[in-house]
Design a protein around this ligand. Structure first.
Ligand code: TYD
Length: 138
């Protein structure tokens, strides 16, 4: 797979500032993020010091948003590693398929929203880092 860290990037979302409270949105069909959304899930109540992720997807692409609180996303394409800090609800991180990702350093009471390009499929996961690196070479 040819994806690399260079394909991952922060995407700024529309922000409608309003004294009554701000509003941000994402539309499907590739309007704001580079895939059609098939699934949304969220991570919350993360105990201090815990990490989530620690895998790659064969085909699934994701867009990760810190809806509240903050955390770091560590991406690794088998040759390079980069950490992105997410801490606002009006931008997120696009993560292509075949990039190893881990979420860590969660603040308390945070909510992480993840939009995905595929429905949940356990066979799409690569959970062994050595298998991931081998897959990158194919
Ligand atoms: P997993 O993706 O391994 O979590 P993380 O990468 O954040 O550590 O998912 C944890 C569990 O939740 C696993 O048993 C599969 C289940 N799950 C679903 O059933 N549907 C989903 O959309 C997701 C993301 C996970």
């Amino acid at each position: 797979m040819k994806t690399s860290l260079a394909d991952a990037h922060i995407i700024n979302l529309p922000k409608i500032s309003d004294p009554r409270g701000n509003l941000t949105f994402i539309e499907g069909n590739g309007r704001h993020i580079p895939f059609d959304i098939k699934r949304a899930y969220w991570i919350y109540d993360v105990p201090g010091g815990e990490k989530r992720g620690g895998h790659a997807y064969r085909t699934n692409e994701e867009f990760i948003i810190a809806l509240s609180g903050s955390f770091d996303v560590v991406l690794d394409d088998g040759s390079q590693r980069q950490t992105f800090s997410l801490n606002r609800s009006y931008f997120g991180l696009y993560v292509p398929s075949m990039v190893w990702r881990q979420l860590e350093n969660f603040s308390t009471n945070g909510v992480t929203l993840i939009l995905a390009s595929t429905q949940y499929a356990p066979e799409d996961y690569i959970r062994d880092y050595d298998d991931f690196v081998k897959g990158k070479a194919e």
